[in-house]
Design a protein around this ligand. Structure first.
Ligand code: GDD
Ligand code: MG
Length: 435
């Protein structure tokens, strides 16, 4: 792959957010790692060899969350994932009247035979997984019936534990409703390129789609951004500016469902429910490690956190889930920003106004509280979890070496619940008088 090195970077304490990187060649030819340009010689564009990308993929789990999607779509997605990644399908599909999970499992086993790769499926509502969570002291994502809650985030959190038990160093997410296997392949290559270039072991990469095809007046139109992300990005950038005092447009991937990160980072951030999980990544990293309201993990503060954003080349085409779905996703994204202890009053007003303008709330209405928050997975006792699931059919993939694993329970509090008062909030910037 031939890819631009990031030019702009915004810093927020030890957090670095890199500007969008463009891919110049998806395939830059068969040359070996030893011929890659040295770090100091990398000027504007760099070549990353097959060997380097593969090295990352061997240590990466790709999680595919699925809920009642067409099997043909899933088959395409699985075909697009590079061979060396371990694939974890986490399903919340219906079990009756038709057992869709069974159909997914059959399809997976069938394809697995041909692909000869490490691939397995688990159901989000499997009572064994709920029992393992209880044993591990991580009941936060369980519902009133003691099962894992529904939601994309809840499936992702569960599968992060499974990826850790597979001994993986990186975890990436790919939605199961993607129509283009070529896009799936490209996303994983881009995850690998960014994580390979990362200098901190706490890093994340998010995909900014090049375009999203739509039919407009019976012609194809390639829209640049999704409908929710435009608003999410603007508000996230305004939040950063409130603290730095400089306007910025650095964040272009506020809602990125397609993203990957190092396991070290995945275990250390708090999460939020449903579709708010992706914007909350930015918010929580700023809350937890931005240096404004707390710095709980010394190692993270020392090494820093790096965000990468890569613009993909394939158009992104997925299932249309309807207007209401997009609206509720956008509202959830706004809610996690609005309710963050980092959010200054003037930005809260801006968010409310934006939601009123889009008819998502009424004038004078308070933003409803719909989102749940879950503490970091460092609070999940992995040894105890493994003990419960060790005889499950997929447990043969759990090859992690836990001989040096030490469970540090620490405080169970979420970073957002530790904040008292408003002293950390920035002053509203006075308008500059230009003469
Ligand atoms: N395991 C599991 N559990 N998977 C789920 C659940 C659940 O409760 N709900 C949805 N999924 C799966 C879907 O089957 C799909 O593969 C993926 O999660 C994303 O869900 P969609 O319903 O297709 O979401 P979207 O396409 O509107 O939004 C996507 O893109 C956004 C960015 O524009 C998601 O990835 C969002 O998280 C993202 O913000
Ligand atoms: Mg989708």
């Amino acid at each position: 792959m031939r890819i631009e090195i990031p030019r702009e970077v915004e810093r927020f304490g030890p957090v670095q957010i890199h500007d969008v990187q463009k891919v110049w060649e998806l395939d830059s030819g068969l040359k070996h790692k030893r011929n890659e340009p040295k770090e100091k010689d990398r000027r504007v564009i760099t070549r990353i060899s097959y060997e380097s990308l593969q090295e990352i993929q061997e240590q990466m789990a790709i999680v595919v969350p699925i809920k009642d999607e067409k099997i043909k779509l899933l088959e395409g997605v699985l075909a697009g994932i590079p061979h060396h990644c371990t694939v974890i399908l986490v399903s919340n599909s219906k079990r009756e009247p038709v057992d869709r999970f069974k159909i997914e499992k059959d399809a997976l086993e069938h394809m697995g035979k041909f692909m000869k790769k490490e691939i397995f499926i688990a159901h989000q509502k499997d009572p064994l997984l709920a029992e393992a969570l209880k044993a591990a002291g991580y009941e936060y994502i369980l519902d009133e019936n003691g099962m894992v809650r529904s939601g994309k985030a809840e499936g992702m959190i569960l599968s992060t534990i499974l990826a850790f038990l597979c001994g993986k160093k990186y975890i990436g997410f790919i939605d199961s409703d993607n129509y283009f296997p070529g896009a799936v392949y490209e996303y994983v290559q881009e995850y690998s390129a960014a994580l390979y270039s990362a200098k901190s072991s706490y890093s994340m990469v998010r995909i900014a789609w090049h375009s999203k095809p739509k039919i407009v007046e019976s012609s194809l139109f390639f829209a640049k951004r999704g409908r929710a992300s435009e608003h999410t990005n603007k508000v996230l950038n305004n939040l950063m500016s409130s603290y730095t005092g400089y306007g910025t447009e650095i964040i272009k991937t506020g809602n990125a469902g397609e993203h990957a990160m190092s396991m070290d980072l995945a275990l250390n951030i708090d999460y939020s429910s449903g579709y708010s999980i992706e914007p909350y990544h930015y918010i929580n990293v700023l809350e937890k490690f931005g240096g404004v309201i707390g710095s709980p993990t010394d190692d993270v503060m020392k090494k820093g956190i790096q965000f990468f954003q890569i613009e993909s080349r394939n158009p992104h085409l997925h299932e249309v889930k309807g207007e209401e779905h997009v609206k509720s996703m956008s509202k959830e994204a706004m809610e996690v920003i609005y309710r963050s202890p980092l959010c200054p009053d003037h930005l809260k007003e801006e968010i409310k106004q934006d939601l009123i303008n889009r008819d998502l709330i009424k004038e004078g209405e308070e933003l409803p509280e719909t989102v749940r928050y879950y503490p970091a997975l460092s609070k999940c006792n992995m040894k105890k979890f493994l003990e419960v699931v060790k005889d499950a059919p997929y447990a043969e993939n759990f090859t992690v070496d836990l001989s040096n694993y030490q469970y540090k329970n620490g405080t169970k509090k979420l970073i957002r619940d530790k904040v008292k008062g408003k002293d950390h909030l920035p002053q509203a910037h006075e308008k500059l008088e230009i003469k």
